[in-house]
Ligand binder design. Structure first.
Ligand code: NAP
Length: 275
């Protein structure tokens, strides 16, 4: 019988993860099944135990359960300080928790988009689960990270959290409010808010992009007001599809010990998304 995996969230219907993992399994000859689980908002813990006790081997966790997954698992590696888990592995009665979002973003920026991150001024908009997941990997690449968020105290809290972690260059992370951004220029501007999902746009000033800057929206499969704003100001643009596939590849590696080739899967999904 195939080893069982799934993505769990609420909502989860829109998820590309089953298609991505099916493509990885076919390409690497791994015998797995991968489904979708819609968990009730108050029933995440029960849903993961039911899946595990039914023979499940691992889960990808999506909105809004990444923090709950962190609470319910033994966090490993960069998940420890991310306070968020997007990959669960069931192993001999233990529930191991990983965060592959940050690795996914960094691989997309470096390997697919061919950027150098060292000393780059990176603005990350948002202070939710996605931002917590990507900050440590960006700092480890020696990027200069600024966090901006609609609710300012959440940005401040996030910055304090990462500054308290030993081993990271604490002077490389700072917070700012949207209305004080007018004099700043950034080489990479990452939209880690959910604003694009509702066709909203964080209140960025006109001159936010340095020359040859990249605007990156973690939302995928659709254009967003942020990417349109950036394109109109001659910044390069990228959506979050590459990050999605790269984070999935890292989950697949954690589960199966095999690293799939991501480029053909990104190409195929891009063609599908563009219809
Ligand atoms: P979250 O925890 O709900 O956080 C949402 C963030 O967006 C908060 O900081 C919130 O600000 C901000 N926000 C929402 N609407 C806004 C608006 N109109 N203007 C300005 N800020 C706004 O969500 P998350 O888990 O961090 O996920 C964020 C996005 O990243 C989602 O769209 C998710 O799908 C995407 N994502 C993509 C990938 C990928 O692989 N491509 C991976 C992870 C996440 P407040 O604090 O003020 O409410």
């Amino acid at each position: 019988m195939s080893d069982k995996y799934a993505v769990i969230g609420n909502p989860v219907e829109h998820s590309f993860s089953p298609a991505i993992h099916a493509a990885f399994a076919a390409a690497t000859g791994q015998d797995i099944s991968y489904g979708k689980i819609l968990a009730p908002l108050d029933g995440f813990g029960a849903a993961i135990l039911k899946f595990r006790d039914g023979g499940g081997s691992g889960l990808n966790v999506t909105l809004p359960f990444k923090h709950e997954a962190w609470n319910l698992s033994e966090a490993q590696g960069m998940a420890i300080d991310a306070n968020a888990v997007n990959t669960l592995k069931f192993e001999r009665g233990r529930i191991l928790g990983y965060n592959t979002d940050g690795i996914g973003l960094v691989r997309d920026l470096k390997d697919n988009l061919r950027l150098v991150l060292e000393d780059q001024r990176v603005l990350v908009m948002g202070a939710g689960g996605a931002t917590y997941g990507v900050v440590e990997p960006l700092l480890r690449e020696r990027a200069q990270v600024t966090i901006v968020n609609r609710t300012l105290d959440k940005a401040q809290q996030l910055v304090r959290h990462f500054q308290a972690i030993t081993g990271i260059a604490t002077r490389s992370i700072a917070w700012q409010s949207y209305d004080r951004l007018h004099d700043d220029r950034f080489d990479i501007v990452i939209n880690a808010t959910s604003a694009g999902l509702t066709d909203d746009m964080p209140p960025l000033p006109e001159g936010i992009f340095a020359g040859d800057a990249l605007a990156y929206d973690m939302v995928y499969g659709k254009s967003t007001p942020f990417l349109e704003f950036a394109a109109a100001r001659e910044a390069r643009t990228a959506d979050g599809l590459g990050m999605l596939v790269e984070q999935a590849a890292e989950s697949f590696y954690i589960w199966r010990g095999v690293r799939p080739d991501t480029a053909p899967v990104i190409r195929a999904l891009r063609m599908k998304a563009e219809g």
